[in-house]
Design a protein around this ligand. Sequence first.
Ligand SMILES: Cc1ncc(COP(=O)(O)O)c(C=O)c1O
Length: 384
Amino acid sequence: MLILEKHIVQSLLDWQTFTAGSGVKANRKSEDIAVISTSNASVLGGMFGLELFESNISLKAKQLPLFLSGRQRLLATARSAVKLLVRALRPATVWLPSYICGVVIDAARETEVRIRFYAVGDSLKIADNHWLAEIQDGDLVIFADYFGFNTWSSHGIEARARGARVVEDACQAMLNRDFSPHSDYIIFSPRKFIGVPDGGILLAGKNTELPDADFPAPPAKWLLQATRASILRSEFDRYGGERSWFKMFQSTEADGPMEPFRMSDLTAAILRIVDWATIKRRRRRNYEFLLSELGELAIFPNLPRHVVPLGFPIRVRNRDRVRRALFNERIYPAVHWEIIDLVPAEFLSSHRLASEIMTLPSDQRYGRDDMKRMVGKLQRYISL
Ligand SMILES: Cc1ncc(COP(=O)(O)O)c(C=O)c1O
């Protein structure tokens, strides 16, 4: 599988729907303990290559992160955690934010379960409170921590007071120090933060029932394809070459199991040894730097101490043109998310946001020089 060509030629169109991160020259030994891919700044963004690690790494984790401790279920995807909850709790209505990943909407669909949306404004805050009055006892309300930021606390309290089960979708906030005390369940998706082929975690709050634990292994074909994409990406990061991993990644993300399957043993093992502290530090450092340079574009212009951001979301009026120009510079901001045809058109602010938002990569693979390069290019293309 080694790929040694140095030059990269690939249609930009292939890169339109990036959803995670990417990097180049992974896993140089550094000051960090283990399992962090770093970049030589050639490619910024895209999926993560499989985390590599030292063969003599201790499997005795010093302190397990919250998402691995407590009462949880380790699943193959986060969408399947939503499906599991909807099936187990049988709510009459699932309330979803008008700005959300399409697979979450799909996962909430079950016969005799109504899906309703509440409005999220262009700055990702909940736009009004009227909908809260329509919540019925036993409904399920999903709130998303967008890019790591909780914008919904008071709504969570109110939803719970009305008898709803509150689900915190922390797929973009997995490394935060704190989560809402008003959540009955929290959902995580580790692939958004590090290089693992699969994974979704359902964490239950105190006194909350957890659905049965006996899940089948994930479909072998899907898992192999997802693992292959991660390995090829990791090799691309080190040696360059083709980008065949990209199409594989796109299709495995789109085909991720909705049915509850258990997390692969590989992912479960990697999650236990990752040097989370360094990852958190680097992500926060990059975000702070981008704030200092691009604060006026930031959707979240402050970084609270407990937040470890997914990336650096900005709004740009000519988003598609700017993004294409960045692709030419091998910088690949993701779009979270395309919601057209998934969310009713009446949620104008969310649709407007979906056409203007992009997420600058600022994860642990990158350092100050990478961020500077990205800022320079962005400033140039935005002003054109
Ligand atoms: C906020 C959010 N929740 C849930 C999911 C689903 O995660 P998974 O791909 O692990 O099913 C996604 C996927 O992009 C997401 O962005």
